[in-house]
Design a protein around this ligand. Structure first.
Ligand code: GAR
Length: 188
């Protein structure tokens, strides 16, 4: 199976879906490492699955470029062929982008190019859109500007809060992310 590294900052529900898919017989990919920028609760999913974890907190480094280098080194150390940002809430820098050209993808809780950034669900709700969704993109040097690999629409309900809408987005998001990773790692 193709080794895939997953980077998280949060609860890791997308990571859990990837781990479950990787555990299925004949899965084309395996999760070779999970990295976080803090003691994210989602790391428990990796520990339970026996997958190596590493935490690379920005605060441990003198400046952003030093953290960028350390993060890239930690990802390289688990030797992935594909890197998945699954709720990783920091921009990745040039060292990681250069180590894995065209091999880093990100999942985002909005229909890009609408509502990029850290608050895709909140911003869509505040704008008043009636349809939002989830996007899986290739990561480039911009903020959620990379090539779109897959999208799914989700209707906004009149009584939605950020939490209820985000939960419905995540239901479609995790299925789509597993589909994209499966297709990127399957033999042609
Ligand atoms: C996901 O909805 C993901 O799209 C979002 O964080 C959530 C993580 O959930 N990412 C971003 O907003 C990136 N800008 P999870 O930790 O349960 O997988």
């Amino acid at each position: 199976p193709v080794p895939v590294a997953v980077l998280i900052s949060g609860t890791g529900s997308n990571l859990a879906a990837l781990l479950a898919a990787a555990a299925r017989p004949g899965a084309p990919f395996a999760v070779c490492g999970v990295l976080a920028d803090s003691e994210a609760p989602g790391l428990d999913h990796a520990r339970r699955a026996g997958v190596p974890t590493a935490v690379v907190p920005l605060a441990d480094f003198s400046d952003r470029p030093a953290w960028d280098e350390a993060l890239a080194a930690a990802v390289r150390a688990v030797r992935p062929r594909l890197v998945v940002l699954a709720g990783f809430m920091r921009l990745v820098g040039a060292p990681l982008l250069e180590a894995f050209p065209h091999a880093i993808i990100n999942t985002h809780p909005a229909l890009l190019p609408s509502f990029p950034g850290a608050h895709g669900v909140r911003d869509a709700l505040a704008y008043g859109v009636k349809v939002t969704g989830a996007s899986v993109i290739e990561v480039d040097a911009g903020v959620d500007t990379g090539r779109i690999l897959a999208q799914q629409a989700v209707a906004v309900h009149d009584d939605d809060t950020e939490a209820t809408l985000h939960e419905r987005i995540k239901e479609v998001e995790r299925v789509m992310l597993v589909d994209v990773v499966t297709s990127l790692t399957s033999p042609p």
